[in-house]
Ligand binder design. Sequence first.
Ligand code: NAP
Ligand code: HSE
Length: 432
Amino acid sequence: MAFKIGLLGLGTVGTGTVAILQDPLGRSPLLKEIEIYRVGVRSLEKTRGVDLPTGVLTTDLDSIVSDPDIDIIVELMGGLEPARSLILKAIANKKHVVTANKAVIARYGHEIYSAANEARVYVLLEAAVGGGIPIIKPLKQSLGANRIQSIMGIVNGTTNYILTQMTTEGADFGEVLAEAQKLGYAEADPSADVDGYDAADKIAILASLGFGGRVKREDVYCEGIRQVSAVDITYADKLGFVIKLLAIAEGLQGEASENLQLRVHPTLVPKDHPLANINGVYNGILVEGDPLGQVMFYGRGAGAGPTASAVVSDILNIVGILFSSEVTDDLDPLLSCVHQHYCQVTAIENLETRFYARFLCYDVPGVIGHLGMSFGNHQVSLESVVQIGFQEDCAEIVVVTHNVKEGNFRAALAEMEQLEAIKSIPSVLRVL
Ligand code: NAP
Ligand code: HSE
């Protein structure tokens, strides 16, 4: 008995998926039960990295999602539309769906999962976060006994590559971004990666799974890496840190889903922290739960092969269920999404964290005293203050605070911006 799949998209991940499905030897025996029945693309003229039988390729994607012979739709086209509408049409036609599209799931997950639950079909998304790293199924199943306390990770390979190169080469953001684009790591429009939106989509999905509630994408606080400079990377190094773009979901006191912190921002990570040594295009996700403690997931977060590995694992999960022919009207709650309520996310002003800030000050007597006074006025306690160098006529002062409330810290900065002795505050970063 062969199960028929309809693939939407034959780009990087689609091609990797077809390559695995066409070469089942030595892999799961269930792969032999899968037939690539139709593949939808934008252009029939493009040269493809895989061969498909005549007639399989089409530009009529609507006909794929409504084809009564197809069991599973695999959406690998990306973007919001028409991906969202095609997923919904597939569900309405009672097809199971596998997708790698974090942007669609993070924004329209509630609509898609409500429709899927109603139609009694599965929507699986292992490839949407962490590329080839298994993280979705572990959160849904293997870690189910745990009360999740935090999920913290490097979930965007492009920005991790850029920050790693900036650290090892001492180069500035712009130079490394241009090099990453030349190498094909960063897109021509790098905004989704470098402004943190891709990581925000991913942490919204992980938080929903880990903390057992729906998450509104707009509740994720998001800062990208454009403002990180080689100067800050050097200072961070001297202070014992590396700078990483972290995506963080943290449950605060009480019922986690009712008091959740969700944020993406460049962070000073202590060099001995498990995430400090995740370099290049690799991803790493650290999950902390009770009673397990910490568990770390590490691997390739993007690329044709690794991402296709996750896509095919989802296809296999569905085929396994279909193959047992025990399909009932009830979905397996460990594979489907059953959340009804929304997590309550706390505002960033209420975050308590350490901060790193770099000031350019006129070299006049008492300037450090002025800084100390403003911080003190807003209950910001300092861990260290160092004057390391000079830039033109200005002294460069770097401050690391103890844990403070973000709102208090921002109020202190606003006060300092008015001081005559302060020329500018070129960078403010959070410290893990
Ligand atoms: P891609 O290389 O740009 O491929 C997209 C494919 O979809 C192409 O085959 C394109 O057709 C087709 N397509 C797009 N819009 C279409 C439309 N309106 N009508 C018909 N066909 C359309 O994208 P990708 O890198 O494989 O990414 C696919 C998905 O995987 C995205 O959701 C992405 O976020 C996710 N993902 C990617 C990676 C990665 O490493 N690339 C990692 C994790 C997750 P043509 O070929 O004819 O242009
Ligand atoms: N643009 C993403 C990254 C691809 O750089 O990690 C994987 O989602």
